[in-house]
Design a protein around this ligand. Structure first.
Ligand code: SF4
Length: 259
C-alpha cells in the first residue's frame, strides 16, 4: 500500500523547473500560467509524462529567465523557499499571468516545505493553482488557505496500475471542494467501466457542483494507444449517468507544441 506521508519540515524544496506556459488540461485550459514543477512523486502511473520529476532527489533546477523564452538558468536544487518565491514571482510579474500552477511530480509530497512558499505567493497577489494526485489529505488541509484552484486527479487502477483507494480521494475532495476545484480522470484503452462509474459516483456524492474531466490518455512511454472514439463516447455516457457535468478534454498543450 502506498504510504502517504509528507517530507519532513526544514530545508529547501526539490524543484525540477520553473517556466511560463499555456495550461493544457482541465478547466483552465488555455490560460497563461507560471509552472512550478516540484521533484518527486509517491506513485508511478503507467502514462506519466514527467519521468524526470518522479524520483525525490536533488537534481539541477531549470529556472526560466524570460517568460516563454526557454532561456533557462540552472541552479542546484533544493532551492530555498525565498529563491523559489523570487523565481516564480519574477516570471509572474514580467507579463500578465492567470495563475501559478504548482505541479510535479506530486507537489504535496513536500507540503511542509511548500507552506511558506504558497503563503508568500498568495501575499504577493499570485493566484495559486495546485495540480495533485489527490492523496495527501493532511498536506492539502495544511495548505488550503493559500490555494485558489485545485486540479485533482482521481486515479483509476485499470488505467494507471496504481492502487489508490477511493476513500482517500473522497477525503481529499471534501477539503478541496470549498475552492475552485475540478477532477480529472485519465481514460485509456483498458479503462474498466465499472471502476470509472464508481469513481464518478464518489465525486457526485462528495462535490456535486464540480466538473469531471475525462482525459483520453496521450501515448507516452509504455502507453502506445489512446482509446477509440467509440470507447470515449461510451465511457462519457456511463459517467453521465452518475454526474451531470462530465466533459472530455484531451491534453492540448502537446497538440500545439507547448511544454
Ligand atoms: S501522479 Fe502524476 S507525476 Fe505522479 S506518476 Fe502519476 S502522472 Fe506522474
Amino acid at each position: 500500500m502506498t504510504t502517504v506521508t509528507g517530507v519532513a519540515a526544514g530545508g529547501g524544496l526539490l524543484v525540477t523547473e520553473v517556466f511560463s506556459a499555456i495550461q493544457g488540461e482541465g478547466a483552465h485550459v488555455g490560460c497563461r500560467q507560471v509552472f512550478l514543477r516540484l521533484t518527486g512523486c509517491n506513485i508511478r502511473c503507467s502514462y506519466c509524462d514527467t519521468p524526470e520529476s518522479l524520483e525525490a532527489r536533488a537534481l539541477p533546477a531549470r529556472l526560466e529567465r524570460t517568460p516563454g523564452h526557454r532561456d533557462f538558468a540552472v541552479e542546484p536544487s533544493p532551492l530555498t523557499q525565498e529563491r523559489v518565491v523570487d523565481a516564480v514571482t519574477a516570471l509572474y510579474r514580467a507579463l500578465p499571468h492567470q495563475a501559478v500552477s504548482v505541479t510535479g511530480g506530486e507537489p504535496l509530497m513536500q507540503w511542509r516545505r511548500l507552506a511558506a512558499v504558497l503563503e508568500a505567493l498568495h501575499a504577493r497577489g499570485c493566484r495559486v493553482a495546485l495540480e495533485t494526485n489527490g492523496m495527501y489529505v493532511e498536506g492539502l488541509r495544511a495548505l488550503i488557505d493559500w490555494v485558489d484552484e485545485v486540479a485533482m486527479d482521481v486515479k483509476l487502477h485499470s488505467v494507471d496500475t496504481q492502487a489508490v483507494p477511493l476513500s482517500v480521494h473522497r477525503r481529499f475532495l471534501e477539503i478541496a471542494r470549498g475552492r475552485d476545484v475540478f477532477v480529472k480522470m485519465v481514460i485509456g484503452t483498458d479503462t474498466d467501466a465499472a471502476e470509472l462509474e464508481a469513481a464518478v459516483r464518489m465525486v457526485a456524492e462528495t462535490a456535486p457542483a464540480i466538473t469531471v474531466y475525462l482525459q483520453p490518455v496521450t501515448p507516452f512511454g509504455a502507453v502506445l494507444a489512446t482509446p477509440s472514439p467509440e470507447r470515449v463516447l461510451d465511457l462519457q455516457a456511463r459517467a453521465l449517468r452518475w454526474h451531470r457535468d462530465v466533459r472530455v478534454v484531451p491534453q492540448t498543450h502537446r497538440l500545439i507544441g507547448q511544454m
